[in-house]
Design a protein around this ligand. Structure first.
Ligand SMILES: *Cc1c(COP(=O)(O)O)cnc(C)c1O
Length: 390
């Protein structure tokens, strides 16, 4: 059952299933490092063309393959290459597609560890990197050089939920022979499909919403066959591989992705709307609110705005910490993409490695709080934040 024209939820449940001769209904977990061949000739043919069958789980495993096929179907990609973490997806993508002396343009508002990977590691290998404002397209245009290979964005951004117009940025990049990469971790294909909007490559941290229950680390790179062939070749040699156990967990996660993402989005919108109505809140950042400066773009670019929101509380660090410490149920952790609601103070955790000036420039104030809204009952989430009603 691999029909291309099936609807999203059907593909999420049905695509990619490999059934063994045991006729199991739920997909099997193939915990094996290697595979056997019927003859020396077959072994030789498999090594020459791993696409024709299993060889060794560093680069071919049926559980991983089921996850790859299913996620590729959901993102409308030719091919998916699954990786051990979201960071190794980004590493594999850049190692495969860039060489020494290439230039890339990257949004300033990206995951902190991604910045560390670019600045502390990839730069040492001769990658030239320019950072620009996510939503300021003139800056993207102005930073293009002859050797620019890739654009890299996350949209919505973390923690302030700024957006870029994916279609417009893809058009700009393609005019100059540049590929646009979108890290689609926050919305997932259940809510936003960057390839359909013109992007070339998608990155996932499967650790977040694809699992959705905070159990496993994993990642994925998706795109056309030519680019993914390069990414696969890197993974085959470098071993940035997803484990079959984790692949099985993510495969099951995809089956409920749409209903979870819709529920995260409903809870987040309700919480954002409530927060906006409270006297002690200065500003709420969530693309689903009509007060968001890019609300119109949000409506055309994604079907709902996902689970992550942030807000400025009146006051400073003291008031922000007091609120966080007043909660009983919410988990104080920097993780996101879980059924459990999490609350974070970005200035002293996820963004603490920035200087005060960098934080000011990025609008990460000491009074900013981020919430990744989970799937508890929304009334209980509000109740836990009742400190705000003082
Ligand atoms: C978490 C995250 C990553 C890194 O993923 P890991 O699975 O933790 O390696 C990359 N991008 C974004 C947007 C993330 O939130």
């Amino acid at each position: 059952m691999n029909k291309k024209d099936n609807k999203f939820s059907t593909k999420a449940v049905r695509v990619g299933t490999i059934r063994s001769q045991e006729q199991e209904h739920s997909e099997a977990m193939y915990l094996t490092s290697s595979f056997v061949f019927n003859s020396a000739r077959e072994a030789s043919e498999r090594f020459a063309n791993p696409e024709s069958g299993n060889v060794y789980s560093r680069f071919t495993n049926p559980s991983v393959k089921m996850f790859e096929e299913r996620l590729a179907a959901l993102e409308n990609a030719d091919r998916c290459v699954a990786t051990s973490t979201g960071m190794s997806a980004i590493l594999s993508c850049f190692m495969a597609l860039c060489s020494k002396g290439d230039h890339v343009v990257v949004s300033k508002s990206i995951f902190g560890t991604t910045v560390q990977l670019f600045n502390n590691i990839l730069k040492r290998w001769g990658l030239d990197i320019t950072y620009v404002d996510l939503s300021n397209e003139n800056q993207w245009a102005d930073s293009i050089q002859k050797n620019t290979k890739l654009f890299f964005v996350e949209t919505p951004s973390n923690p302030l939920s700024e957006l870029c117009d994916i279609n417009s940025l893809a058009n700009l990049s393609h005019k100059h022979g540049i590929k646009l990469i979108v890290d689609n971790c926050f919305l997932t294909p259940a809510l936003q499909k960057p390839l359909d909007l013109g992007a070339d490559i998608i990155i996932h941290s499967a650790t977040k919403y694809l699992d959705g229950q905070g159990r496993c680390l994993g990642g994925a790179v998706l795109g056309n066959s030519n680019d993914m062939k390069e990414v696969f070749a890197f993974l085959r040699s470098a071993g940035t591989t997803m484990s079959p156990f984790n692949a099985w967990v993510f495969l099951k996660g995809l089956e409920t992705l749409k209903i979870r993402m819709d529920a995260h989005s409903r809870n987040a919108l309700e919480l954002a709307t409530w927060l906006e109505s409270l006297p002690y809140i200065e500003k709420v950042f969530y693309p689903g609110l009509d007060s968001h400066p890019q609300f119109e773009l949000a409506k055309t670019q994604h079907s709902a705005s996902g689970g992550v929101l942030s807000f400025n509380i009146q006051g400073s660090k003291k008031e922000a910490w007091n609120l966080i410490d007043s909660t009983n149920m919410l988990s104080i952790t920097a993780n996101l993409g879980d059924v459990k609601t999490t609350i974070t103070h970005p200035a002293t955790t996820t963004h603490s490695r920035l200087t005060q000036e960098e934080r000011d420039a990025a609008n990460i104030g000491d009074n900013l709080i981020r919430i990744a809204v989970g799937l508890e009952d929304i009334e209980d989430i509000k109740e836990d934040l009742k400190y705000l009603l003082k």
